[in-house]
Each structure stands twice: as structure tokens, then as C-alpha cells.
Design a protein. Structure first.
Length: 248
């Protein structure tokens, strides 16, 4: 009887643990425009585990009750949120809104040197260049002149020095870099699937279609473990992982 109670307690504990875990599907958007925030960083801060959102701001992974998410992206304020399982509908995509961050730039002082040949001392000019928020977004890739050149006056030429503070240009750079990275990942994934794919896994393990995706994610083989290897070598790796998968 004691043995039966122990088994019952173990099964009940397992069911409770499983009930505490859910697959979260989320989407990160700009709180002002509603547009997706591409490649936002999503971190489970209490576990130190994270994932990158896709180009359309979407992500998906398993979370546990009590987890805290920290979502961040360049040009936005970091969002920290404790997951309340009672308020989340895990059958739907959860929307996470990031507020655009306001950058404060250092003031600019314009100085000139005195005409004394032997002793050059800085003499502060009365010209005040203020940092103003423009009504229209300025493309800092173009040369800017302030003040306007007229009556023989020479304006100050400002080139792309402020690009690092323009959220739109920053996002464009990030997207271009990730596109290159995505192309490389797609090629590498296609190369991986030549050696490790569902057809081979089914033939080796006879695994059920309902759990094959979970098992392949569990395998988590490195590229060097499978690319260029023989089918025999990969079969051995799959069987070893399958044994571990069944013992979980």
C-alpha cells in the first residue's frame, strides 16, 4: 500500500509540473505605430535563457509559471513583465508593446582660436547650435548645412555623424545584417537537412508524428556532428538521443 501511495504521489507531482509549463507564442510591436519590432531580444531573466524574435517580431518557446520576460531592442525602452498564467490565453498570440526610447544628445559648443601668433587661446563664439526635434525625419546620410549659406557666410557641414542616433537608420542596418545572417542560416539549415531529417528519424526510431518535432528539437545536434557524416554515424547519434528522450 505504501508503494502504491508513493507512485500516486510521483504521478500527481509530474502532472502538476507539466501543468505549470506552457508554450508561449508572442509578437513584439512598436507601442506607438503597432508595427512589428524585428529581431527583438526576448530573455527569461530568472533563467538566463533567451531567444531572438523573427523579422516580423514573432517568437515562440516554453515558459513556466513564475517566469519573468525581459524584451529589448535598439531604439526602444526595455520591457520587463512577470507572466501571470491566469491572465494569458496561450492558444492566442500574445502582443508585447515596446515604447520608443528618447535619446538625449550632448550640447555642441563652437569655438575659434585667437589670431595671436605666439599664443593660441580658445575664444568662445556666441553662436548657439541647439539640438531640436525636427517635424520631419532627417536623413543623416545626406550632407546637412546650418545655417544656410548666403551673403558670403559659410555654414557648418554636418554629415552622417548623427546616424547612430536615428532609430530608423539603426533598424535598417540591423535588418540588413540579419538578412545576410538569415540567408546563411537558411543555406546551413538546408545542408543539415540532407543528413538529419524527419524521414531518417522516423525510419530509425518509428517515432510518433505527434512528438517528432519535440524529439528533433531535443536532439540539438551541432553542425559538425552531422554535416558530412555517414548515415550509419548519424543513426548511432539518433538512437543515443532517443534513449535519453524516453528516459526523461
Amino acid at each position: 500500500m505504501k508503494f502504491v501511495l508513493i507512485i500516486f504521489f510521483f504521478l500527481a507531482s509530474s502532472l502538476m509540473v507539466q501543468a505549470q509549463t506552457e508554450r508561449l507564442s508572442g509578437k513584439v510591436v512598436d507601442a506607438e505605430t503597432g508595427f512589428p519590432v524585428p529581431y527583438a531580444s526576448v530573455l527569461v531573466s530568472n533563467k538566463g535563457q533567451g531567444i531572438g524574435a523573427s523579422v516580423d517580431g514573432r517568437f515562440q518557446f516554453r515558459v513556466e509559471k513564475g517566469d519573468t520576460l525581459q524584451i529589448s531592442s535598439i531604439g526602444f525602452e526595455t520591457l520587463s513583465i512577470a507572466l501571470n498564467f491566469d491572465e494569458i490565453d496561450f492558444s492566442e498570440t500574445v502582443i508585447f508593446k515596446l515604447k520608443p526610447a528618447a535619446y538625449e544628445l550632448d550640447s555642441i559648443q563652437v569655438i575659434q582660436l585667437t589670431d595671436n601668433f605666439y599664443l593660441k587661446r580658445p575664444k568662445f563664439d556666441t553662436l548657439d547650435i541647439g539640438i531640436r526635434i525636427p517635424k520631419n525625419v532627417t536623413d543623416w546620410n545626406e550632407i546637412q548645412v546650418d545655417p544656410v549659406v548666403k551673403n558670403g557666410e559659410i555654414g557648418f557641414v554636418i554629415s552622417g555623424v548623427f546616424n547612430d542616433f536615428d532609430k530608423r537608420i539603426q533598424q535598417s542596418r540591423i535588418i540588413n545584417e540579419y538578412k545576410k545572417s538569415k540567408e546563411f542560416q537558411d543555406k546551413r539549415q538546408a545542408e543539415r537537412e540532407k543528413y538529419f531529417n524527419k524521414k531518417l528519424v522516423k525510419r530509425v526510431t518509428r517515432i510518433d508524428d505527434r512528438v517528432i518535432d519535440e524529439f528533433m528539437e531535443f536532439c540539438n545536434f551541432l553542425d559538425g556532428q552531422i554535416i558530412g557524416k555517414s548515415e550509419y554515424e548519424i543513426t548511432k547519434l539518433i538512437l543515443e538521443k532517443y534513449k535519453a528522450f524516453l528516459r526523461r
